[in-house]
Design a protein around this ligand. Sequence first.
Ligand code: NAD
Length: 340
Amino acid sequence: MFATMEAVRVEELHLASDPQTGLQAIVAIHNTHLGPALGGCRYLAYPDVDSAVRDAARLARGMSYKAALAGLALGGGKAVIIRPPQPSSREALFEAFGRFVDKLGGRYITAVDSGTSGVDMDCIARHTAHVTSTTAGGDPSPHTALGVLAGIRATAKARLGSDKLDGLCIAVQGLGHVGFALAGHLAEAGARLIVSDIDEGRLEQAVEHFGAQPVVADALLTMPCDILAPCGLGGVINPQTIGKLRCAAVAGAANNQLDSPEMGDELAARGILYAPDYVINSGGLIFVALQHQGCSHEEITAHLAHIDSRLTEIYDEALVERRSPARVADSLAERLIYGS
Ligand code: NAD
């Protein structure tokens, strides 16, 4: 366990067990240098406790990097509730988790993640104030989409010389909560859209509403376009796909777009500008974090401009240092988090 903590520089691990509700939970607090650790709560089955700890620790680090580059006074954390084979009461389980989070005294703020919903956060909120993304808060996806739009403009400016999207060809992979809203903003800005989704219904809607050109799912990556916006799966930039890309830049919402850090170097070597995923998709985090701090709608929307300026800073540094934007983003985050 200590080896896992040291490998990703996690400061604290907290374990909770409540036999009455079946709760077995782990909270990983990566770093609190910039503020309390905020990060989602997963509710998933794991093969063993070690893999649950590794998941929480790795994801907590990711949240520190994301919060730091989003200009938030927050550190990174993550919680994992190990899904029992036969859960009794889900409500009671999340209420027990709420009591556990409260005992941490605000060092960790929880939120929705894989396998949890706003309703689960409502159960947690009965026992602690250190929770965000409850049903009252609303869906963060529209803010993620607005942040990605701002990031696409910054990327177009850096790679193509202008932030005007009018007439640009943009390929959007995945038309879910974020991708569909993003496609709407892009169409409104005058971009020509190529879209794919494994869900036929979503694809038809994008054709109907935005005049988008539909493409069979995997073929989208190889279509000639100005900007490729992965908004579905992670790992889309991998050794099998990278040589087939025909875009000037990759800028989308999906988490973990690079199969490995080397893929970021390879994109840079091929002249494809990459918007580091955790920077461009931080609009949702900005929304839930500032909402928790009691900020107004206007303040939250204004903070999204951070995404544009942060990406521009990363692209400028990448150019000067001849490193990939992905590596520059990591170094910048580490300077903010560790002060080195
Ligand atoms: P979602 O589940 O609503 O949408 C994903 C879409 O991708 C679905 O419509 C799905 O059918 C489609 N898809 C899956 N496989 C595909 C494939 N092979 N080709 C084309 N389409 C495919 O998810 P979302 O909330 O819109 O999030 C999209 C991505 O952005 C995810 O990687 C998510 O982790 C990331 N993200 C989301 C948010 C947010 O606020 N929702 C914030 C940060 C990051």
